[in-house]
Ligand binder design. Structure first.
Ligand code: PMP
Length: 354
């Protein structure tokens, strides 16, 4: 046996890093990862995949970017494709460094990636309505001059959108400190508001992040960044040349054409089922439900860990967020049957508790 000790060569920031929790607990009903519950087969999107696998994929993913640009009525040079939006967050932090500012609680990867790359993070607590704390946020921008600001709106895990007036003020002030604001619109398709695409023409320090993951195609791993071509060009410098494989590029581009009506139906069904879940959860004594503009619902309950574990025993996996928000659990909107089973099961668990 050698005396090799990995700890001796580990960077300090990685020693302290708490990795993203993507636990796979096998359960009949999986409502933990904000995925779409509707199964999709490749054959529903393409009937013939004629891809030369001996060749590398298009490093610039031009066809897919063109298809996305057509949908958004933008130029393809205003789109950058990533292997999921996670990868784009990584590229952004790698390109611009820190400090990175974001509200808390929010999507954990902003902090995890910043720490992996070794840049400083600044956190600003949300107010009691889970909205941005405007004064605190604006003074942090002026004082710390962050390179990047991440705003997930609708926010994961709270489910609400941030006030658009506050976001606009932030973008405006951030422009003066040369900070880039990334509005992460992973959950925008489920939201009643329009999102920030219309503001791209007004602010050259605004970027928008979107993903295929929440609208039915999480397995493809496609995220995209939208915005100022000059910024995107700099980010492309750190992009691995073949970050998205040929099959994925092909299927994702096709999905925007031949599968788009189905995607719209998924979104409509999820929004309808979200209302059902919200209504039924609020009827259960002992549960506090928060409003949601996303494909998941956050709720609070006493003894959340115990309830989370009992649900697993009944074959239902949701997300335990108690370490982030006291007593909080997050359930992803599932199919009609899954949601019904979830409601019946959690009701039974809570009733038996008394
Ligand atoms: N942003 C937010 C706010 C998210 O919640 C998630 C996924 N949980 C992502 C980005 C990452 O999505 P992707 O699958 O595109 O990497």
């Amino acid at each position: 046996m050698s005396n090799f000790n990995v700890q001796q060569i580990l960077r300090e920031n990685i020693k302290k890093l708490k990795p993203y929790e993507a636990v796979e607990i096998p359960c009949k009903i999986k409502l933990d990862a904000n995925e779409s519950p509707f199964p999709v087969k490749i054959s529903q999107i393409v009937d013939d995949i004629n891809i030369p696998l001996n060749r590398y994929p298009d490093p610039e993913a031009i066809e897919l970017r063109k298809q996305i640009a057509k949908k958004l009525k933008l130029k393809y040079k205003n789109i950058l494709i990533g292997n999921g939006s996670d990868e784009i967050i990584y590229y952004l932090i790698l390109t611009f460094g820190g400090p990175v500012l974001y509200p808390v609680p929010t999507f954990a990867m902003y902090g995890i990636i910043a720490q992996s790359v070794g840049v400083n993070t600044i956190e600003s607590g949300l107010d009691i309505n889970f909205d941005l704390n405007e004064n605190d946020f604006l003074s942090l921008i002026k004082e710390k001059k962050p390179s990047l600001i991440f705003l997930s709106s609708p926010n994961n895990p709270t489910g609400n959108t941030f006030s658009s007036d506050k976001i606009l003020k932030i973008i405006d002030i951030a422009r003066k400190t040369s900070s880039i604001v990334v509005v992460d619109e992973a959950y925008q398709p489920f939201c009643s508001e329009k999102g920030f695409l219309p503001f791209l023409k007004d602010f050259d320090n605004l970027l928008i992040l979107r993903t295929f993951s929440k609208i039915g195609l999480a397995g493809l791993r496609i995220g995209y960044l939208i915005g100022n071509e000059e910024i995107l060009k700099e980010v492309s410098k750190v992009k691995l040349p073949y970050n998205v494989d040929s099959l994925t590029q092909f299927i994702a581009a096709k999905a925007l054409n031949s599968f788009y009506d189905e995607i719209k139906t998924f979104i409509r069904d999820i929004k309808r089922e979200r209302e059902y879940l919200q209504r039924e959860l609020s009827k259960i004594r002992g549960i506090k439900v928060f409003p949601s503009e996303a494909n998941f619902i956050l709720f609070q309950v006493k003894d959340s860990k115990n309830i989370y574990e009992k649900l697993i025993k009944e074959g239902i996996l949701i997300r335990n967020l108690s370490s982030t928000i006291k007593g909080a659990l997050r359930v992803t909107v599932g199919t009609k049957e899954e949601n019904k089973t979830f409601i019946e099961t959690i009701r039974k668990i809570l009733e038996n508790r008394k």
